[in-house]
Write a protein that binds this ligand. Structure first.
Ligand SMILES: Cc1ncc(COP(=O)(O)O)c(C=O)c1O
Length: 372
């Protein structure tokens, strides 16, 4: 996809904010606990490589990604730190995983057997680094019973191709004030881990919400994602233990300004009728940029004033009601601060009835990311 470098619509990413969020979290952790920065999905839309750089500067010891290609992107960019692929990878790529010294989540003995054959047949000298996923109540991936876990452990104990590097689980409700499900999952996790005759080097359970609001089981690693980007995992329901600095600002411009007559229409479907004399501005961002069509009615900031998006959002443009005539080229802040007024990614998520994760990840490749 062509990146819109000749257009004023930009996502500004503050790498210092990312480093600071990581530093702040590290200060709260016990000495034996390491922080892996979660940079999957292009660093939640912020740019994986740049976020990884900023996180490393802040003290992250390793990285977590969701898919093999994301891990390879980091290796290609020169990162030699440990990288854990948290999602399931097809066993046929086991040799690529080993060659690139990656760690991978594993959910079954079948997978290990298949991967082991691939590793052997490719004559790989290094071992496959395995983190066993435990499903303690998320219902997504992972081993669920002591019997299955012991079978896997015994197999790995004898295996010459794999190294049992870690064991982990993922909580479904760590961002909720209700502790019931969290406690159940913790108990299940502890019981499963206790059934192992010896423990792997890494035991980990914490995403951002777990790290911020829960004593993390017997964990010695956290997988720090959304909070590193300066966003409250609970959507503001739970209070942050320290100030999270948002890393993303989205900005554009008013690139066309006109004064309307009473009843003049705006946008597809002609759903908006102007009042006499209203000033309408056009902003070059639309749903192809990830600025979703349902954001009709959301406000943006111009000269520190809140201006409503009126009419339907188009693929590449949208229209706003201006408080007065402004110069073409005037900045429009869609997310961030403008003359002391603020719109957060959380506000955008609230408008759409979703979570800020989705908005950040959904910002398309057409929008350039500019780093400071
Ligand atoms: C297994 C796992 N761990 C950690 C994370 C990071 O979560 P968060 O961004 O809420 O910190 C994710 C993200 O979805 C995940 O899937």
């Amino acid at each position: 996809m062509a990146i819109g470098i000749h257009r004023k619509t930009v996502a500004y990413i503050d790498k210092k904010a990312i480093s600071t969020n990581v530093q702040q979290e590290l200060k709260r952790l016990n000495e034996n606990v390491v922080l892996y920065a979660v940079v999957k999905a292009n660093g939640y839309g912020h740019g994986a490589v740049e976020v990884a750089e900023a996180a490393k500067k802040g003290g992250a010891s390793g990285f977590c990604v969701a898919i093999l290609d994301e891990a390879l992107e980091l290796r290609k960019a020169g990162f030699s730190e440990p990288i854990l692929i948290m999602g399931l990878v097809d066993a046929v790529y086991a040799d690529l995983i080993v060659l690139n010294k990656l760690s991978v989540a594993v959910s079954s003995l079948d997978w290990l057997e298949q991967a082991s054959e691939i590793v052997k047949s490719n004559g790989c000298e290094e071992k496959l680094l395995v983190h066993i996923a435990l499903d303690t109540g998320m219902g997504r991936i992972g081993i669920r019973t002591v019997e299955e876990l012991q079978e896997v452990e015994q197999w790995m104990n004898k295996s010459k191709t794999t190294c049992f590097e870690g064991i982990f689980t993922h909580f479904a409700t760590a961002d909720s004030p209700d502790q019931g499900q969290f406690k159940e999952q913790t108990e299940k996790f502890n019981a499963l881990v206790a059934s192992l005759p010896f423990k792997p080097p890494f035991i980990h359970t914490a995403n951002s919400a777990t790290a911020l609001w829960h004593e993390s089981c017997s964990s010695n690693m956290i997988r720090f994602g959304i909070a590193m980007y300066g966003l409250n995992p609970s959507g503001g329901i739970l209070k942050e233990p320290y100030e999270l600095l948002p890393a993303m600002r989205i900005s554009s411009e008013v690139n066309y300004v006109k004064q309307m007559k009473l009843g003049d229409k705006v946008g597809y479907g002609a759903t908006y009728s102007a009042k006499e004399g209203e000033w309408i501005g056009t902003v070059p961002i639309g749903y192809a940029d990830g600025w979703r069509r349902d954001l009709q009615g959301q406000e943006v900031l111009v000269d520190g004033k809140r201006c409503e998006i009126i009419g339907r959002i188009c693929m590449d443009q949208c229209m706003i009601r201006l408080p007065y005539q402004v110069e073409e080229g005037t900045e429009v802040t869609l997310v961030g601060e403008n003359n002391k007024e603020k719109i957060s990614l959380q506000d955008i998520a609230n408008h759409l009835g979703t979570i800020h994760y989705e908005i950040a990840c959904g910002l398309s490749a057409r929008v350039p990311r500019v780093y400071s």
